[in-house]
Design a binder for this molecule. Sequence first.
Ligand SMILES: Cc1ncc(COP(=O)(O)O)c(C=O)c1O
Length: 345
Amino acid sequence: MERPADFRSDTVTRPSAAMRRAMAEAEVGDDVLDGDPTVAKLESVGARWLGVEGTLFVPSGTMANQIAIGVHTRHGDEVILEADAHVLRFEAGAMGALHGVQTVTLKGRRGALDPDEVRRTVRPNFVHCPRTALLCLEQTHMGSGGRVVPLDAFAAAARAGREAGIAVHLDGARLANAVAKSGVPAPVWTKEVDSVSLCLSKGLGAPVGSLVGGSRAFLERARTLRKRFGGWMRQSGILGAAGLMALEQNVERLGDDHQLAQDLARALSEVPGLEVDPADVETNLVLVRVRHRRHSAASLSAALAERGVRVMALGPDHLRFVTHMDVDRSHVERAAAACLELLRS
Ligand SMILES: Cc1ncc(COP(=O)(O)O)c(C=O)c1O
């Protein structure tokens, strides 16, 4: 049977034969006892790529973000976030559950926060107020459909936070997509923040793993939290080898995913009952509005699955398509044809 066209997420990629070979051949050690050489190499290559003093290898983007939030905050603090931030919406309430912090959300414009609003939101140093400890940014911004927040807007929001005396964390799960799209290297983004996470298992194609990075002082505290969360692994060079290959070989090719997302958006924009403007698609996420008398996003997603096209329904009337290294032009054509067949009448 034909492989389904799986557009649900860029996390669905399978390691290539070369990546599996690198994993099998990885030199390993006990990373907790006396170090794993492959993980050590990944952490230092990752630090260089990100432009930070060091990084830690952890199992997931969620753990990377939550370690950073834990380093920057203490119970009772407040965190400023964009209203659609992944750490707020999709990390199972971890900020409250693990760190006892409360949140204040700002509505962004295409993912970008207004620096004046950031400034105004930082609480005064007053006994009745919580301490504002942290601003969380996200790049690319998933909630706005994978947009790259432009560097000047990104830097303005981050500087507003830092000038007000609070730390800034970047959820850079898809920072590599922003780098590939903008041509702006990662260190230029990360010099504006105090910590950063980067997922190796999304568009970069590793099966598992993320990095969390920052200064030496940040890493000292982050190491304790990685241990406390149970995220410090043993012969993890087997996974680290995949992460290394992902970071060293798969950043540039993200441009292909972005082009495919453009092609998909263009094809879907011609399907009656679907609304998407290809000009809104900047990286590998395509958000499509379903406006059809017989189909909701969920029913269309179910009907597409029967035709070998897998997509995610987000809310009652939006579908999310994500391009990645395991989909190609034939999958785009299949998705567009299936949508046309289901929605034409
Ligand atoms: C923007 C963003 N941040 C963080 C994460 C969390 O990554 P993980 O699923 O590895 O925990 C995701 C996952 O989709 C994400 O899209």
